[in-house]
Design a protein around this ligand. Structure first.
Ligand code: ZN
Length: 171
């Protein structure tokens, strides 16, 4: 069992101390902003984030975020588990970085004040970015709905294909 994560962290201090933050938080502790996207608040989010200074002495977060989020399939309307297993790579600035600040490839910049900030908010941001725009099973468990969906796709294709209109005219 992983340790429960603190809600508030001082990211610049953690980076100066090269702190490794490993732990978990219940999805139910996260805000409505994330939970609006979910079918249920079951489960945990796990992180393993290394707070370090990069070669320009900028505070940086590098690590992994993992979660199994319960969403609703938009095709068959039954629950599905969306597995998040993403890399987190952030260079921390206290204000909007200038155009000349170089961010390493695969890193993003994030603006955080030089004071305690909500770790839960950072976690939510990463999860929201990781969620699919439309949640769908790869193969829906209910064949009946799957069939309906295929029929719908066919219908849309026919409608969008201008040659179908021509075909109708020829008749
Ligand atoms: Zn489905």
């Amino acid at each position: 069992m992983l340790e429960t994560l603190p809600e508030w962290i001082h990211s610049q201090h953690l980076a100066a101390k090269r702190h490794n933050l490993i732990g978990q938080v219940a999805v139910s502790k996260l805000s409505q902003r994330l939970c609006d996207n979910l079918y249920s608040r079951d489960g945990y989010v796990q992180i393993n984030w290394q707070f370090i200074l990069d070669n320009k002495k900028r505070p940086t977060i590098y690590g992994q975020i993992q979660a199994q989020l319960q969403m609703l399939c938009q095709r068959c309307l039954t629950p599905l588990t969306n597995t998040v297993n993403n890399e987190v790579a952030l260079v921390i600035f206290t204000e909007e970085p200038s155009k000349y600040e170089k961010i390493p490839p695969n890193f993003e910049s994030i603006i955080l004040p030089n004071k305690p900030v909500s770790l839960f908010m950072l976690i939510e941001n990463e999860l929201i970015l990781a969620l699919p725009i439309v949640a769908k099973h790869e193969v829906c468990p209910t064949n009946e709905f799957q069939l309906k969906d295929e029929q719908t796709d066919d219908f849309i294709e026919q409608d969008e294909n201008p040659f179908n209109v021509l075909a109708k005219l020829k008749v």
